[in-house]
Design a protein around this ligand. Structure first.
Ligand SMILES: NC(=O)c1ccc[n+]([C@@H]2O[C@H](COP(=O)([O-])OP(=O)(O)OC[C@H]3O[C@@H](n4cnc5c(N)ncnc54)[C@H](O)[C@@H]3O)[C@@H](O)[C@H]2O)c1
Length: 243
């Protein structure tokens, strides 16, 4: 493949946008997917580089929408080399008080959305006999967290799905790996109470919050030729917080 095209979901802001910027600087063409239409258009326009950066609005938790988005990306960019399943949400609450809708929404976006994109790009990558799938999980999917049973279950599911997909698609030189970020400074974490943030800092051996760029660097590695023999793995990017 000459111009490598990658789809990044949830690319309108935060970690997804940082991933998109980092991949653009490394020469990839990009489809930026997000449910927030205006945001993703502005995000794509903000990317500097010589490649194609196409904004695509849609919902990762809707199978019809995902198929339409993958078709749009293929038409605009040609063969799809990689997909970064980054779109994710939280709806926190203790299990006792968690509404069933809050459970379901988080599973729908974080886990089912990742499954839908994987399912939609798999036939394309199998025909090409090359492809890279990178799923953004979370250390919460490894360690659990009070108040985040839905989120933890969705991210643990992503990690287990990653291992299964790696086994299913490995024969066609398609790798599937996950990244489990720790406490990353973004809009998602900005609103946490100061005391919670201070307590979390104490538990991070590298004594700082992670940046979206720290996560983006790991994504770029997993998409690169250097990672061709790595599949089914979860790389933890958390400053040493969860061991
Ligand atoms: N911020 C952290 O500390 C942290 C830690 C570990 C893992 N993560 C994971 O990293 C990913 C990105 O997190 P972030 O902090 O940048 O979040 P964010 O809320 O800043 O950005 C998420 C983006 O996903 C989009 N999105 C949400 N639902 C969507 C849907 N149904 N379809 C399409 N797009 C949708 C949003 O519009 C938004 O632009 C998530 O999967 C999150 O779980 C974040």
């Amino acid at each position: 493949m000459s111009n490598k095209a990658v789809i990044v979901t949830g690319a309108g802001r935060g970690i997804g946008l940082a991933i998109a910027k980092s991949l653009a600087s490394r020469g990839y063409d990009l489809a930026l997917v997000d449910i927030a239409e205006d945001t993703v258009r502005e995000a794509a326009a903000s990317i500097k580089g010589d490649g194609k950066y196409v904004p695509i609005a849609g919902n990762v938790a809707d199978w019809d929408s995902v198929q339409t988005m993958v078709n749009e990306a293929s038409e605009a960019l040609g063969p799809i080399y990689g997909v970064v399943n980054n779109a994710g949400i939280t709806r926190d609450g203790l299990v006792l008080r968690m509404k069933p809708e809050a459970w379901q929404q988080v599973l729908d976006v974080n886990l089912t959305g990742t499954f839908y994109f994987t399912k939609a790009v798999s036939p394309l990558m199998m025909r090409q006999k090359i492809g890279r799938i990178v799923n953004i999980a979370s250390v919460i999917g490894l360690a659990g967290n009070a108040g985040q049973a839905n989120y933890a279950a969705s991210k643990a599911g992503v990690i287990a799905m990653t291992k299964s997909v790696a086994k299913e698609l490995g024969g066609r030189a398609i790798t599937c790996n996950a990244i489990a970020p720790g406490f990353i400074a973004t809009d998602m974490t900005h609103d946490l109470p100061e005391q919670v943030k201070a307590d979390m800092l104490k538990s991070i051996p590298l004594k700082r919050l992670g940046s979206a760029e720290d996560v983006a660097a790991a994504v770029a590695f997993l998409l690169s030729e250097d990672a061709a023999y790595i599949t089914g793995q979860t790389i933890v990017v958390d400053g040493g917080m969860v061991t």
